[in-house]
Design a binder for this molecule. Structure first.
Ligand code: PMP
Length: 760
């Protein structure tokens, strides 16, 4: 940086082009450069080449690297418009000629169309995005490029921000010096430790308005300088891009413009979360370097002060703009991690906007979640919880296969099933293949409620009837039609006239009410003038207390339903997708063929997607009478998520794991029951487990202890729920990523929570 620029006159440049590259020229214009000299060379008034006279201190191999990089980029992405170097006449593969008088290397480049040094404030939104995309394309084109000389230290690379500390003394303005120092402090604290983790490659390092030509619309038409390239992080590329393009914009406009640039960038190269989180600091760091290095150069007498300082005022304004909203505020404005609001305040805001009818938060002290992985949830305070409650993230929280499938498809296209696209069709085919042969039709919706609602509509249309049966304390959903078959949600205890409930067997208490209760419910329905159209059954009776139904018993109910002309709706929203470990669908354990299978919750591992699987003859009844379409139902992103879930279930042999872990867990819980008389029963299938809490010495449900134990488990870092009409059954229903390793964590915590409550 100290070396003097070469001193060639414009006339000398024109002559040199002829001398070294054999092209006659008669005039040249100095383009201005920090360390080198660059001339636009003319012949008879027309530009013929750009001549670059390198600093005498420049390593010729570095110049060769720049030439090779430009040619590489041109080869990979010709549309980028990179200025290509000329070969020296008679010397193929040689791109530099020696100007012996100046002891310098000289290169000639094609002249590209466009305006140089456009003012960034004139760029419109479209141009800002396009600049972002161009930068990312340039980075992508360089990904496969490597060169030993790329491993070099570039003073302008933000990774060397700490060096600005040594230059502080050269900054005459007190406020600017203090601002640069604060940015350096922040950089060392936050960015430097993360730097070794960031993605690196050979980057251009300086795509700015000074190093690119623009078309009339402000988009980049030519990239002319690889002089700052090095092996560095992607942030090394992004910092000067942001600094240059947002230069001159202040306040919220500064962030809006930056977001547009980043949109363009991420359209080509999505950033990693950590990269996004550091954007504000590296942007500020680049501005700090601008001030520090230019003042140092002025102090050394290396550059004209006015020219050298031309970006200092906007750089100081950028730092001020970032500091004005605070680092957290800037990070959030640039799409990075948010700082969660304090828990109590957030809970109040939630209640205020969600209103009094929404389900209250779980636990007196709400769980304020930050992230999750597999079977572990981390809260905002960094505490980890073993998740034994959530069945939705069935293959594990944030499963990489599912999150990747979602983001990849979202980046490609997301529309609806009125347009043809592969994922929904493939998903439907996979679902049909997973069911008994008659179930040949799939209708996509967005929630378990909608699936059950649609099944109900179809059942009514197919049978022409309006009666329906469900279990005593079932839950099948939110819509008016299915809230009617959700006694769990009938807070006044009464359902509509066309609904009847039956009481499932309670093997623990030795009551085998099931079949008679079912028959009696059918009779009551008919007596009220409602012939049964459908029977809903959650094969695991999750809301009724997690009951392990006897297959023979269910077959008997199914026969009765069929004899009564009712259709059977297997609600697999809870029990499906491998929860029982025996098969993908829990109804298969009964050996029955339902008329409808409804899917939801785990289907997209948390992404909303749901379906009804049924028979084409049942759907036919609605043809011509109505159309069945859900805008989001089966959209390509949801379908991609659901396909990924099915793939993971296969690839990780989830069913085997669930069977094995479920047995281990129940055995461990039963062993615990020997020491804790409050545990009346341990039951369930696969990873759906009910632990019935009773008053010791009998079978009387003990809701208070169940709730206290649930809360005690939370205090010990384990999440479970409660269920059943009496509210006394611990509902243990972890993501299917739960393994033997987690069993003791849960069982030991339960042991301690029970001991705390019961004194044993
Ligand atoms: N069916 C069953 C068995 C359920 O447990 C639920 C939700 N708990 C639903 C349907 C409704 O699903 P959603 O909340 O996705 O609408």
């Amino acid at each position: 940086m100290r070396a003097d620029r070469p001193r060639l006159s414009p006339g000398g440049a024109a002559a040199l082009l002829g001398e070294l590259f054999g092209v006659a020229a008669d005039d040249a214009r100095d383009l201005g450069s920090e360390r080198d000299q660059a001339f636009l060379v003319f012949s008879c008034g027309s530009p013929v080449a750009v001549l670059k006279v390198s600093n005498p201190a420049e390593d010729p191999e570095v110049l060769d690297m720049e030439s090779a990089a430009a040619r590489h980029v041109h080869h990979v992405d010709p549309g980028l418009g990179v200025a290509l170097p000329w070969t020296v006449p008679g010397r193929p593969d040689t791109y530099r000629a020696e100007w012996s008088e100046g002891a310098c290397w000289v290169r000639a480049y094609d002249v590209l169309a466009g305006t140089g040094r456009v003012s960034a404030t004139t760029l419109d939104d479209r141009a800002l995005r396009a600049w972002g995309s161009t930068s990312a394309r340039l980075g992508r084109a360089l990904r496969g490029f490597t060169h030993p000389k790329a491993h070099r230290t570039m003073p302008w690379d933000v990774q060397h921000t700490a060096r600005a500390r040594d230059l502080l003394g050269h900054i005459p303005d007190d406020a600017e010096r203090a601002a640069v120092e604060r940015v350096v402090d922040r950089f060392e604290e936050v960015v430097a430790p993360a730097w070794p983790r960031l993605r690196t490659q050979v980057v251009h390092g300086d795509l700015t308005v000074d190093n690119a030509l623009t078309a009339a619309d402000g988009t980049v038409s030519g990239i002319v300088d690889f002089g700052d390239m090095s092996h560095a992080t992607l942030l090394t590329d992004l910092a000067p891009l942001l600094e240059s393009l947002v230069c001159g914009r202040t306040g919220e406009e500064m962030f809006r413009a930056a977001r547009l640039v980043l949109d363009g960038y991420e359209q080509v190269t999505p950033l990693e979360p950590e990269e996004v989180d550091l954007l504000a600091e590296v942007w500020a760091a680049r501005s700090a370097l601008t001030i520090a290095i230019s003042e140092w150069r002025v102090a050394q007498g290396l550059e004209d002060p006015v020219f050298a300082r031309r970006y200092n005022a906007p750089a100081a304004a950028t730092i001020a703009g970032l500091e004005a909203v605070g680092w957290d505020g800037a990070r959030r404005r640039l799409g990075g991690r948010r700082v969660e609001a304090p828990t109590a305040g957030l809970a109040r805001r939630r209640d205020a906007v969600f209103g009094p009818a929404t389900e209250p938060l779980s636990y007196d002290e709400p769980l304020h979640v930050a992230s999750a992985e597999g079977v572990w949830i981390t809260d905002v305070a960094g505490r980890r919880y073993l998740d034994c409650y959530n069945n939705v993230p069935c293959v594990g929280h944030a499963h990489p296969r599912v999150t990747a499938a979602i983001s990849r498809q979202a980046r490609r296209i997301n529309t609806h099933t009125r347009y043809l696209s592969e994922p929904a069709v493939e998903l439907a085919e996979r679902l049909v293949a997973s069911c008994p042969p008659g179930l040949d039709t799939v209708l996509f919706v967005n929630s378990g409620s909608e699936a059950n609602d649609l099944a109900w509509r179809l059942a009514r249309a197919a049978t022409g009837r309006d009666g329906v049966l469900c279990t005593d304390f079932a839950y099948h959903g939110l819509t008016e039609a299915v809230a009617a078959v959700s006694p769990e949600a009938w807070l006044d205890g009464r359902g509509p006239d066309h609904v009847e409930t039956w009481t499932p067997p309670d093997p623990y208490r030795g009551t085998a009410l099931g079949e008679e209760s079912f028959a009696a419910a059918l009779e009551r329905l008919r007596a009220r003038g409602h012939e049964p159209a459908a029977v809903y059954l959650d094969p695991l009776l999750t809301s009724d207390g997690v009951v392990d139904l006897d297959p023979a018993h269910v077959r008997a109910l199914h026969r009765r339903a069929k004899a009564a002309g009712a259709l059977w709706i297997a609600d697999e929203v809870q029990a499906g997708h491998g929860r029982t470990g025996e098969a993908l669908w829990a109804f298969s354990r009964f050996g029955i063929e339902p008329d409808f299978v409804t899917l939801g919750k785990p289907m997209g591992n948390g992404h909303p997607v749901a379906a009804v699987i049924t028979r084409s003859d049942l759907v036919r009844a609605t043809v011509g009478r109505t159309v069945i379409f859900s805008t989001f139902g089966g959209n390509p992103v949801s379908a991609a998520a659901a396909l990924a879930v099915l793939d993971v279930i296969d690839d990780e042999r989830v069913l085997d794991r669930v069977r094995h872990t479920g047995e281990t867990l129940r055995a461990a819980l039963r062993a615990l029951a020997d020491r804790h008389p409050a545990i009346g029963d341990v039951r369930g299938a696969g990873l759906a487990v009910g632990v019935e809490i009773v008053h010791p010495g009998g079978t009387r449900p003990d809701r208070a202890t169940a709730v206290a134990v649930r809360d005690g488990l939370r205090g010990r870092g384990v999440l479970v729920g409660t269920t059943a009409r009496a509210g006394n059954v611990l509902k243990i229903r972890p993501p299917l990523a739960f393994t033997d390793r987690e069993v003791p964590v849960l069982v030991d915590a339960l042991d301690a929570a029970l001991a705390e409550q019961t004194g044993r």
